[in-house]
Design a protein around this ligand. Sequence first.
Ligand code: ADQ
Length: 483
Amino acid sequence: MSDGRLIVVSNREPYIHERNKRGIRCKTPVGGLVTALDPVMQRVRGVWIAWGSGNADAEMADEKGRLQVPENNPRYTLRRIWLDPKEVNEYYYGFSNRVIWPVCHLFQEKAWLLPEYWETYKKVNQRFVDATLEEAGPEDPIWLQDVHFSLMPSALREELPDSNIALFWHIPFPPWETFSCIPWRREMLEGLLGANLLGFHTSSYVANFLNTVQKEFPEAQISSSAIRYKGRTTRVRPFPIGIDYVNYRALSSRENIRRRANQLRHKMNVQQIILGVDRLDYTKGILNRFLAFERFLDTHPRYLGKVSFIQVASPTRSAISEYREMKRQIEETVGRVNGKFQRPQWTPVIYISRHVPTDEIMMLYRIADVAMVTPIIDGMNLVAKEYVTVNDNGVLILSEFAGASEEMESAIIVNPYDVESMAKALEKALSMTSEERARHIEPLRKLVKEHDIFWWLNTFLEEWGVKMESLEASGGQRIVAGA
Ligand code: ADQ
């Protein structure tokens, strides 16, 4: 449908320039979105607009914030947007992370509904709109990423009435009663309804969104997957995000990872290992997980000395007091549980509170007999998908409130609030035979393989009606891993 250039707008940029003692280095942030979109952008030669967050970003761009990336083989334009520290604080840490994030994860009591956050959020959305209008022509499809840009679709629509605009919302969308605690909810919804297509991870988030719009705008006509409002139609669909399966599988089976994983497993000198990998966030349910492990050891003393729990929890958003408080509480609990059970030769909980390189995460996935992915609520949760991709003989315990559970229903599904039932799930998982585990994990892996990140991308583009000529030119092929 479109002959134009693809315009992507996200908060984080795909290439970050940082200066250190040895000079300027270009980093690529880890994460599904960049992995998926960067190859597409390299093929379609579009424009990616994002906040220039690196301390050497300005030096590497022209006066408009533009540069060609990747550096060694320039294929598309990165347009950097400059934000001052106050803007970062109020738009990103403030409105995105202290208003939208807690409310959409059903933690209304943690929301800071400050007018200055809202004012700066509006201002920054407008800054991104202005830059997008400088880059995009009427033919160019515009794909906005995530909650940072809820006001952009309508603002862009005013200037480019026939433009094809989509937005993907990466976190849950809550029920109306929860979302509506945001005083500026109607402006946000009106903003979103400027899009042609809105994507969420699951059908229940879609249903929540449709219901919220119906409550706020009774005049809107709503079907199961579209909204007609003020003479325009916005389609609203679920697109469960996946991971780069082929790449993950290949990386994790490299000889050096297997060897190091075996060595580590041997050194740990326990019969079984339970694993948690999360950003340190109050939505991830880390505290309840430790309480469940404590309950499990209390009620199943035969496992004492035989099972260790490795939790990797990388600190994020530590500028926000709720995160610092949660970190303190979790560390206290780890200390208490270890103090209660520890023996000279055995540590019950091994707690790693820093960012761990992907190689090491893969080793941990390999050696873990059980992965506990038990968020209180999570848009999707990619850790669940990564674990079943890497480990052929493990068991996945998954929260019923992770978006991933809508697809991965054959995992051991638990209620993350119910410590007792999580302790029972641990016992069940740890006592499964090797054959039972292989049977358990196989269908999960198959699902992750079929619905990988490229499937997500292709499904989204198809539904959006965007067929980029340059993608078609490569033999009309769909985008596949590693291509
Ligand atoms: P996140 O909340 O960041 O993402 P998740 O989907 O689990 O959550 O992705 C985390 C990624 O970071 C995974 O690739 C994981 O391997 C990695 N990671 C986590 N902890 C790490 C650590 N300590 N060290 C190193 N790497 C670590 C948001 C939404 C999710 C949604 C994604 C994608 O909150 O619900 O699945 O976006 O849309």
